[in-house]
Structures are given as C-alpha cells and as structure tokens.
Design a protein around this ligand. Structure first.
Ligand SMILES: Nc1ncnc2c1ncn2[C@@H]1O[C@H](COP(=O)(O)OP(=O)(O)O)[C@@H](O)[C@H]1O
Ligand SMILES: [Mg+2]
Length: 499
C-alpha cells in the first residue's frame, strides 16, 4: 500500500513542508478519531480527477463504519459534493453521503486542513447516528473537544509543528482524559482518569479545581499553556505510582496572536511498566557482573597454568598445558563478550575474530605465514551454544595450523566461513595446507582435540560434523585462490539453532 507521502507526491503539487504537515496530522489524528468516536479519512484534491483518499483511521473508542481500507481509492460522487463545498467555502460543514459499503446514508463532517493559509487537504469524520447510544456527559464533552481540535486543524494550528508524540508510549484518550479550562481547572475527567487520580491519592471530586490545587501534572499543563504546544511528562506521583501525562493546549487564533482557551490532559498509568523495566534492568546488570567475574576467575586460572608451564622441562608437558591455557582463554572470551552485552546472547562473529588472534599469537614463526580470514556472519547465539561452539572452533583452528602448516611448510590460508538459515548455523573451517594423511579416519581419531570437538558437537550442540579433503570449488567459495582438488582440509559443522 502506498504511503501518504507517496500518494501526495504522485498526485498533487504539494511541497515537502505541506506533505510534512499532513504526515504530522496523520500521526496525531488517532486522538481526533477517539474524541469523535468515528472513522476519519484524509482526502487530497487532485487536479482534473477529483479527490483521492490518502489516509484512514478508526477510533479506539467507538465502532468503525468502514471495514475496508479506502486508502488509494477515489471519493464517491456524494462525497465529492461535500468536499468541493468545503474547499470553496473554507469552513467546517456537515452533510449526508451515500455509503455503498453500508448500503445507506451516513453523516460526513468536512474539515479544511490549512497550512500556511492554504487549504491543502480535507479531513472528514464519517459516522451513522446510533439512536441506541445515549449521549452521556462523556460523549458530549468529547464531541466539544473534537470540534475545538477540528477548528484548530482548519486554522492551521493543529498538528503542532515538530511536536509529534511517540505513538508507542504516548497516552491515548482511552487511557484517561481530563478536560481543562484556560486556568487549568478541571472541567471533566473521564472514568479512567478518575481511577488514575484515585491511585495517586486524589479522592475528592476534582471538578472545578486547578491541577495545582490537586497537585497533579501541574507543570506539564503550565508548560503546555506557556509554550502553546503539547508537553509530555512522566511523573512519579508516589513511590508506587508513575503517570505518563500529555497535555495538549487548545488554541484559538485571534488576528496575529494565539490564545489558549483550554487543554486536554491525557494520562496513562505506567507504574507496572516501569516496575518491570526496573526489575529487568537490575537483573540484566547482575547477570553481566557475574559474567565479568567468571571471566576474571578464568583468566586467573590460565595465568596460574602459564606460570606452571614455564617451570616444566618436558616439551610435551609444556605443549599440553599450553593447550589447556588456550581452551580456558576461549571460554573466558565468551564470558567477556557476554559481560559487555545486554541479554544472554551475543553476536558470534565478535568471538570468532579474537579466537583467530589467539591461535595466531601461538604461531610465532615468520617462515610459514598463515593468513586468517572470517567470512559471513553467524548471527546472534545464546551463551549455551556460543560457549561450546567457541571451544570447538578453537580446536579446529589449532589443528588447521598445527597439521595443515607444520614446520617446514610454506604457509597458506585458514578461513572460517559462517552462514545460517532459519534453523541451523553452518561453520566451515577450511585450510589449504598439506591435508589429511591417507590413513586418517575421523570416526576413529583418538586425539584429545578431535575428541573434544566430537563430544561437544554431537552431545552438547546436537549437531553434525564432517571432515574431508578440500576441493577447488570449495576453496573458491570461501576465497582461497588456486586450491587443488585433494589439497587442504575442510571441516564442516551444522548446529541447530532456533532464533
Ligand atoms: N586440519 C587438519 N589437517 C590435517 N590433519 C588434521 C587436521 N585436523 C586434524 N588432523 C589430524 O587429526 C589428528 C587428531 O587431531 P587432534 O585430535 O586435534 O589431536 P592433535 O591435534 O593433538 O594431534 C591429528 O593428529 C591430525 O593427523
Ligand atoms: Mg589438535
């Protein structure tokens, strides 16, 4: 479906500022629909073609007349008559239209939308009179507010320039509405507003009292009246209750000046929301702190092991302890990353890169340079997968270096290629080194490294693993040029992840 801006660009000569004005109107008009209990449509005059419906909104407070979406369709004949009259006379008026969808007549109020003195569109309120619905005080007060806001639209005073509320959080009419006079005295409070006032300890009848006297949302209203623009404020009224308030001043244009004739205060009780936010925040901070401490402890262990390795004479023992140090540092790395991230999952690529550096560090030999490359992206992984998978990748990288490029070889490339689809992560570790020995049999390999890999992949990660000689096409795929069939080694993992 085309957007309002697209429709306006395509069908009218309206400039950017005018289209911006319409966009602001449409992002605020839910409030108008709510006060009017009716559907609203925005019509654009299109030269030689009639009127195009560019936007549509339904009231959250009432029933809808239109179940279809009319955006990007043209006004009917009976609507055109009223729209043309509105454009010609430039005032708010009302008439009857024939609505095919309901097979009968409906009422249509037309409101000229003025921007910089010119009518750029017409806003309509469309409804059928529901004789069963008794017009109570709420209905008649809201109708009055709607009319005031409609006048502001026709005077170019609504929407307020650059003052659009965040639709996701801003209170709506149904949350609770208080109607104020020019002195911020309460003229009317909706049932939900009365309940909200009760919760903050205002149990007397609020009617006739100013917000200052009630001790509620007074600064929001004062600022809105002074600046003649909406003001949104969150107030911690008591330690238990947090109210989100939005005060919209009702304005009247008098010659060159604008006077405040009243206001609407919308309020929403966000106490429960904020309490949950706070809990979440502290829980999150605690978890991060724990990851930080685990990382510190693991680093201490790896330093102790390193000290121990230095005192050993046997090369084999030194090597074994060195391997343990790398495995512990790998797990520490995952905890370090988790301690920096909100939540319990991490962007996996942020672990793969430092892992490569870890292996590279241990390689200290200039005679056989090895290039390390990461390709693709593993997405985000929960800690329960990232931790064992990191240990697995460390072993594979270490093997690629140790067995692919042993002393006396000329060096080459090690590539880790990550990719994922909806339900699995695929990891390929490819090297173009000397390759597997002809007698190598993965199923019966007994080394500690591959045993760790096999155990973690098949049991902890419930995944699969394959190890084979490289082929040219696979080398090309991961960016290793000139690999020959049978050269190097490819290890491929598939790990189920549901994100
Ligand atoms: N990338 C590789 N290229 C060639 N051979 C490999 C590779 N990875 C593993 N191997 C073979 O598998 C054996 C077992 O590996 P592993 O279990 O990690 O033990 P270790 O690395 O201590 O020898 C190695 O000794 C080697 O022969
Ligand atoms: Mg190994």
């Amino acid at each position: 479906m085309p957007t309002l801006a697209e429709l306006a660009h395509e069908h009218t000569k309206l400039d950017g500022a005018a289209i911006g004005h319409l966009g602001a109107l449409v992002s605020e008009w839910g409030m108008l629909a709510d006060f009017s209990f009716a559907d609203m449509l925005l019509y654009l005059p299109v030269e030689n073609s009639g009127w195009l419906i560019a936007a549509q909104v339904r009231a959250a407070t009432g029933q809808t007349l239109y179940h279809q979406d009319y955006v990007d369709t043209w006004a009917s004949e009976s609507e055109q008559v009223l729209l043309n009259r509105c454009l010609a006379e430039g005032t708010i008026s009302q008439g009857e239209i024939l609505v095919q969808a309901i097979g009968g007549p409906a009422n249509m109020a037309t409101i000229p939308v003025r921007h910089k003195g010119k009518i750029i569109a017409v806003l309509s309120r469309e409804w059928v009179v529901d004789s069963a619905r008794r017009a109570g005080q709420l209905e008649s007060t809201y109708a009055e507010i709607f009319l005031k806001l409609a006048e502001m639209v026709s005077q170019g005073l609504f929407p307020f320039e650059g003052r659009i509320a965040d639709a996701g959080v801003a209170p709506r009419v149904g949350d609770g509405a208080i109607v104020l006079d020019a002195q911020t005295r309460v003229r009317y409070a909706s049932p939900n507003a009365v309940s909200a006032l009760h919760r903050v300890g205002v149990s007397t009848n609020a009617i006739g009292q100013t917000l200052a006297e009630l001790g509620v949302a007074e600064s929001a209203a004062r600022n809105a009246y002074e600046r003649t623009e909406p003001v949104i404020e969150e107030i911690e009224q008591t330690s238990e209750v947090t109210l989100l308030t939005r005060c919209i001043p009702l304005l009247n244009s008098k010659g060159n000046t604008v006077e405040v004739v009243g206001g609407v205060l919308l309020l929403r009780d966000v106490s429960e929301l904020r309490r949950r936010d706070r809990l979440l925040l502290t829980k999150d901070a605690t978890i991060r702190e724990i990851h930080h401490r685990v990382k510190n402890n693991l680093q201490t262990i790896s330093s102790l092991l390193r000290l121990q390795a230095r005192r050993l004479d046997s090369a084999e023992a030194k090597e074994a302890v060195g391997e343990s140090v790398r495995r512990i540092r790998t797990i520490a790395l995952v905890h370090e990353t988790l301690s920096r991230e909100p939540g319990e999952d991490i962007s996996f690529i942020e672990i793969v890169r430092p892992l490569m550096r870890l292996v590279e560090e241990g390689l200290q030999s200039a005679d056989r340079p090895v290039r390390f490359v990461v390709k693709g992206d593993g997405g985000r992984l929960p800690a329960t997968i990232a931790t064992p998978l990191s240990v697995v990748i460390l072993e594979l990288l270490q093997n690629a270096v140790d067995h692919g490029f042993p002393e006396g070889s000329t060096g080459g490339s090690v590539v880790v290629a990550l990719s994922h689809d909806e339900d699995a992560l695929s990891v390929k570790v490819v090297n173009d080194g000397i390759g597997l020995s002809p007698t190598f049999d993965f199923a019966h390999a007994t080394g500690l490294g591959l045993s760790i890999v096999r155990t973690l992949v098949t049991t902890e990660l419930a995944g699969s693993i394959a190890m084979r000689a490289g082929v040219q096409a696979e080398g090309d795929e991961v960016g290793i040029r000139g690999m020959v069939d049978g050269q190097g080694t490819v290890v491929e993992l598939r790990v189920p992840v549901t994100v």
